[in-house]
Design a protein around this ligand. Structure first.
Ligand code: XIL
Length: 587
């Protein structure tokens, strides 16, 4: 099988193929953090491979305590800054690694820990986290805040922590998972926009260590401790660890908490001879291991980044750490792609996208549930599609196209008009053919790779008002006199007419051609009523919005007199109310 992959491949990079899955493809990278020869500067193929193949960069060592904080009063940001500048120049995201770890600390802090009080250690850790996170504030999208804090040996109740200068030797004065929580809080205070991760190994499969990490982060989420995700390292060999079922379950348990999962440090070590060469059979087994793990990530949409611990076998920690092993990465020591690379590309291109019914929501309210004919819906987690957003287009019949760069959404086999498509998010107009049905079967297709089926109930109408931001609530998309945007600074007068833009009206008489643009002159066709500030607002027109695709509706309302400020706005179609929390500004 693997022999044929190379021939079948279109020449995509990991970055391009990952963009079509809304998946960041990352790698650890080095600068000259130890005074080593700087591969970024000295090896053109290191820099060009890194800059073209990956969308995410993580300093392998440059931001760890040892290089970045070599003595108590000295920070050395230069190697980290070099990696950040490289990533920025190549439009890559950057993961910081890491702010708190029992290992890899500079001699001065280990020495200090021998005699310091917990209060001193606490002050030292806070200074470090604050200084480093502040230095990179706004440049890094995520940080591994705490690395490898949970003990490998879990017995009894509670979460056993690993001995550490930050935990108990002497620690910063907090018991249990307290120091992890404190580190997260300090990092969040320094950069509230960075995603904060706990990162560890041996949590790839089910087991006591995963359960301990899960219990810790679940407690954090429950209590509102700032944490956004868990990094699963994935330093593995070929073979059965981690089991597909165990990894799947772990990712699903974590993402069910609302956390993201990043695969942070994957490498697949295989035996090598004294020249560093592996057998063909091992290289192919390795390719299959990469394929297996990447497939699990793709089939669980909360897995949002897939990163390897380096990319070339020329620069990898494996030979130095696992005697007799090496060749663990995607490119060989001459920067040539290996079977592992080809299997990753092929996996990104061919694993079916996941479609879940709960990820299909009204495009105005973002509420899920039943869909109505002509309703604009947005589907999240359709994680295969164009790498960059493609907007609505008219086809040769003058209808809004149901195929955007190969992306299509089918309802009971009928292709829906599309508003936009990008990997991870697509917006469609539910075909009028679902009218009168109990349910509809939805399927996503991207250039012939088809999703599972998702089944949704059908309702006659599901009205929702578009809002001015993408929250589905707050100021509605309302035009004063049908022309200027209604805002707090531009309120509508009592007695004046406003036009409200909405969707979910159900079948519209005279306007039920899928993808057709509504004519300039509409007639009142929808059984719509409305309230502003809880008082009935007279409906002057309710029907297709002229010039917009069928499915967008416009409702002209007269603002009741005697009210001011942001007033709640609700429309009713066939007795069904639009979402709550939408307002119109009245003067
Ligand atoms: C390793 C680096 O790859 C080596 O260069 C360094 O000598 C030691 O650290 N888990 C982690 C990484 O979180 O930071 C480690 O990186 C590998 C294990």
């Amino acid at each position: 099988m693997i022999f044929f992959w190379a021939a079948l491949l279109s020449a995509q990079t990991l970055r391009q193929a990952g963009a079509q899955r809304a998946l960041l493809m990352g790698t650890a990278a080095d600068a000259d953090e130890f005074g080593n020869p700087d591969p970024l500067v000295l090896e053109p193929l290191y820099a060009s491979t890194l800059g073209t193949q990956y969308s995410l960069l993580e300093p392998e060592n440059a931001m760890k305590w040892n290089p970045i904080h070599p003595s108590q009063t000295i920070y050395n940001f230069q190697p980290g800054d070099e990696l950040v500048a490289f990533a920025q120049a190549h439009q890559m995201q950057i993961r910081g690694h890491n702010l708190c770890w029992e290992a890899y600390n500079p001699a001065w802090v280990n020495t200090l820990a021998l005699t310091a009080t917990p209060a001193t250690m606490s002050a030292v850790l806070q200074d470090h986290i604050n200084t480093v996170v502040t230095h990179y504030k706004g440049k890094l999208f995520a940080w591994d805040v705490v690395n490898e804090a949970v003990s490998d040996t879990q017995a009894g109740t509670g979460t056993a922590m690993k001995d550490s200068i930050w935990y108990n030797q002497p620690g910063i004065g907090l018991t249990g998972t307290g120091y992890v929580e404190q580190a997260l809080r300090w990092a969040h205070a320094a950069d509230p926009n960075a995603l904060l991760f706990y990162n560890d190994y041996n949590i790839e499969d089910s087991g006591a260590k995963f359960n301990a990490v899960y219990a810790m982060v679940k407690d954090f989420v429950t209590r509102g401790v700032p944490i956004n995700g868990v990094g699963i390292q994935m330093h593995i060999a070929t073979g059965t660890y981690p089991s597909t079922a165990g990894l799947t379950k772990n990712i699903q348990q974590l993402t069910a908490l609302g956390l993201q999962v990043h695969i942070t440090e994957m490498d697949v070590r295989i035996p090598v001879d004294s020249s560093g060469n592996a057998t063909t059979a091992d290289l192919q087994a390795q390719a299959q291991t990469y394929q297996r793990i990447l497939t699990v990530c793709l089939q669980n949409p909360g897995c949002t980044a897939f990163q390897t611990w380096g990319f070339t076998d020329k620069h990898s920690w494996i030979p130095g750490s696992y005697s007799g092993f090496g060749a663990a990465l995607s490119f060989d020591a001459n920067y040539q792609p290996k079977p592992a690379f080809n299997s990753m590309i092929s996996t990104l291109q061919t694993v079916p996208p996941v479609l879940s019914a709960t990820a299909i929501v009204n495009a105005a309210s973002y509420q899920g549930g039943a869909v109505a004919p002509g309703e604009l819906v947005t589907i999240f987690q359709a994680n295969l599609g164009p790498g960059t957003l493609v907007g609505a287009q008219l086809d040769s019949n003058g209808l809004v196209s149901s195929n955007l760069s190969g992306a299509q959404i089918f309802f009971d086999g009928k292709a829906a008009p599309l508003i936009y498509a990008v990997a991870g998010q697509i917006s469609a107009v539910v075909p009028y053919e679902v009218s009168g049905k109990q349910q509809t079967v939805v399927q996503y297709n991207y250039n012939g790779v088809v999703s599972n089926n998702a089944t949704l109930p059908v309702a006659p109408s599901a009205p929702a008002i578009f809002t001015q931001d993408t929250s589905g609530s707050g100021p509605g998309l309302v035009l004063n006199g049908g022309t200027s945007l209604n805002t707090a600074a531009n309120p509508a007068a009592g007695g004046s007419v406003v036009a409200v833009l909405a969707t979910g009206g159900g079948t519209i008489k005279g306007g039920a051609t899928d993808g057709a643009l509504a004519p300039e002159v509409g007639d009142q066709t929808l059984p719509v009523s409305a309230t502003i500030g809880g008082i009935t607002a007279t409906v002057g027109y309710a029907g297709p919005a002229p010039g917009e695709v069928n499915g967008v509706m416009q409702i002209n309302l007269t603002v009741p007199a005697g009210m001011t400020g942001a007033q709640p706005l609700v429309i009713f179609v066939g007795g069904v109310a639009s979402q709550s929390g939408v307002t119109v500004a009245v003067k």
